[in-house]
Design a protein around this ligand. Structure first.
Ligand SMILES: CCCCCCCC/C=C\CCCCCCCC(=O)SCCNC(=O)CCNC(=O)[C@H](O)C(C)(C)COP(=O)(O)OP(=O)(O)OC[C@H]1O[C@@H](n2cnc3c(N)ncnc32)[C@H](O)[C@@H]1OP(=O)(O)O
Length: 197
């Protein structure tokens, strides 16, 4: 079986410019939702993926594989690894472009086994935009930022309106989340004012 992939992005794209209010390089990105399986603090067996903005429309994420993430004994489950990429890619789109978007397509290449106890360093880049379609890809390096690539992924995210989440998800939980974000934003602005009135 050939490993040669289709051209990427598969359609002509515009360069993906980061939003003017996107967090700058070096920013540690917080948890976007405590109950998120990918990054949430409240999910004990979750991935607890952590991300930092890199230079030039990139984000660097990492997570450590635990026994809760096994498929074969001692090895990470492929679906769990795909989940880590969904989170890393989605966080890159959400934070750098600041547009609500959902995963339309996610493709993964599993190149090396990922043992329990290892840390996957995921480097994600924005590849381009075509209307509502955002193309993004990532490489997951084993145990170091420049370690061997164990998994690669490419995804299409589709921009949606906020009603996507209220119509199809849990509107009450969404309101609570929006209120918590607003509170955190006000606290941040207050701190910035105290430092630099
Ligand atoms: C102000 C914001 C501030 C943000 C601040 C940052 C905070 C942090 C942010 C964020 C962190 C988040 C981290 C989480 C990460 C995890 C993400 C997930 O897991 S998302 C859950 C899984 N995905 C779903 O549940 C989608 C389910 N699918 C759908 O709802 C629809 O199918 C949807 C929306 C994807 C598309 O439906 P349609 O009716 O709106 O649009 P149509 O016309 O079908 O598609 C639009 C275009 O996309 C193409 N398209 C859609 N799906 C495709 C596919 N599978 N393959 C190829 N093309 C596809 C279509 O061909 C069309 O292209 P043409 O415009 O005609 O050129």
């Amino acid at each position: 079986m050939s490993r040669v992939s289709q051209p990427w992005p598969p359609v002509p794209v515009e360069p993906a410019e980061a939003h003017p209010k996107a967090p700058p390089a070096g920013t540690e990105l917080g948890v976007h939702f405590g109950e998120c399986f990918g990054c949430g603090d409240e999910v004990e067996s979750g991935l607890h993926l952590r991300s930092r903005v890199g230079e030039g429309q990139t984000v660097h994420s990492k997570f450590t594989v635990t026994a809760a993430h096994q498929g074969a004994p001692g090895l990470a489950h492929g679906g769990l690894l795909a989940c880590a990429f969904d989170e890393a890619l989605g966080s890159t789109v959400g934070n750098l472009l600041r547009r609500p978007a959902v995963t339309g397509k996610l493709e993964t290449d599993f190149r090396r086994p990922v043992p329990v106890g290892s840390t996957l360093y995921i480097a994600t880049r924005l590849d381009g935009i075509a209307g509502r379609k955002i193309y993004v890809s990532a490489d997951g390096h084993l145990d170091a930022e420049d370690g061997p690539i164990a998994v690669s992924a490419r995804a299409l995210f589709v921009v949606v309106g906020f009603e996507h989440f209220s119509n199809h998800g849990d509107p009450q939980a969404l309101e609570k989340l929006a209120a918590a974000h607003e509170k955190a934003k006000r606290a941040r602005e207050q701190r910035e004012w105290e430092i630099n009135p």
